[in-house]
Design a protein around this ligand. Structure first.
Ligand SMILES: C[S@@+](CC[C@H](N)C(=O)[O-])C[C@H]1O[C@@H](n2cnc3c(N)ncnc32)[C@H](O)[C@@H]1O
Length: 309
């Protein structure tokens, strides 16, 4: 982005009454991925001075909470907490806001104080991302949305894969309002999974019936899994290929003589599919400026799949 474009968002924020140019990043994320619906309850982690809170409140008109180390000046209809999102005491207050019903959207634009040391800043950023991810898992409603800013580096892929195992759709996106010299990218995760199974993991099951399409059907904790090329009565190890909010798909990977004593087992470390990022996203354009950065966009099929659901 040219220098005058950078200033453009700063000037626009001043003119339109937003507290930060970051407001336009959230607006662009909304335009790109439609993450906020009218009536949504939203928690924004690392929210000061409040540009995202203003936009979140405008879009949802629902309950909105902002959390930051810094005090956030009052925004009508928005609750704020001054606290550290990595501290248990702050998480307790957030849980109180979320209540038993949970929240629809968790946003996190938190950034550590930058030292200028790329590796250190990346590691500190990932710590914040993981704190936000843990918080999101505690408070999101089933099918909820999580959006988090990540500073790219070698720990990005592991974090991205971890988020992927908890949501149906996950993509990475850089809004135009991000500065061209920044390594930031936003991970946008939709449809939080509450299923008892996870993509890439192995479970031992018995095929109880056949589905209309001829796939075998197994159940784990009442959750339905369609298993390719399996017959009624088969006892098999299955590998989960895909998880939807209400059912999953799997391949039979090994016939068994009998169900083990503990038929359901997970081996997330070895069994999780290590899908390369390139399989989910194709590169949109070359890195901007001199910084090493990637700008991905979801494959067309991924977008179409999302539309169908
Ligand atoms: C880029 S600013 C957020 C801008 C905001 N989205 C907006 O639109 O105004 C990043 C914020 O993360 C906050 N932050 C960094 N570490 C934090 C932590 N451990 N707990 C809470 N907030 C944190 C910083 O204080 C800073 O205000």
């Amino acid at each position: 982005m040219a220098k005058n474009q950078k200033d453009y968002f700063y000037d626009l924020a001043q003119k339109e009454g937003y507290r930060s140019r970051a407001s336009y990043k959230l607006k662009q994320i909304q335009e790109h991925s439609h993450i906020i619906n009218r009536g949504d309850t939203i928690v924004d982690l690392g929210a000061a001075p409040g540009g995202w809170l203003q936009v979140a409140k405008e879009l949802s008109r629902g309950r909105v909470l902002g959390v930051d180390l810094q005090k956030i000046e009052e925004i009508p209809g928005v609750t704020t907490i001054k606290g550290d999102i990595t501290a248990d005491s702050t998480i307790e207050q957030i849980l109180e806001f979320a209540g038993k019903g949970g929240v629809d959207v968790v946003l996190c634009d938190a950034a550590p104080n930058l030292s200028g040391n790329w590796a250190l800043d990346h590691a500190r950023g990932i710590d914040l991302n993981r704190a936000a991810f843990e918080c999101a898992k505690k408070i999101l409603k089933p099918k909820g949305t999580f959006v988090v800013k990540v500073f790219q580096g070698d720990m990005f892929k592991d974090f991205f894969d971890d988020v992927k195992s908890e949501f149906v759709h996950v993509r990475a996106y850089t809004p135009q309002a991000s500065r061209s010299t920044s390594a930031e990218i936003y991970v946008i995760a939709k449809k939080f999974l509450t299923a008892p199974i996870r993509r890439g993991q192995i479970y031992a099951v018995e095929i109880k019936e056949l589905g209309a399409s001829g796939d075998g059907i197994a159940h784990i904790d009442d959750f339905v899994i369609f298993v390719k090329e399996a017959e009624v009565g088969d006892i098999v190890n299955i590998k989960i290929k895909d998880v939807k909010p209400n059912f999953g798909f799997a391949d039979a990977v090994e016939k068994l003589d009998a169900l083990p004593d503990n038929p359901k087992y997970n081996n997330p470390v070895q069994q999780r599919t290590q899908t390369p990022l390139s399989a989910d996203f194709e590169k949109e354009k070359e890195p901007r400026g001199n910084m090493k950065r990637d700008n991905y966009r979801p494959l067309k099929e991924e977008k179409e799949k999302e539309k169908r659901e």
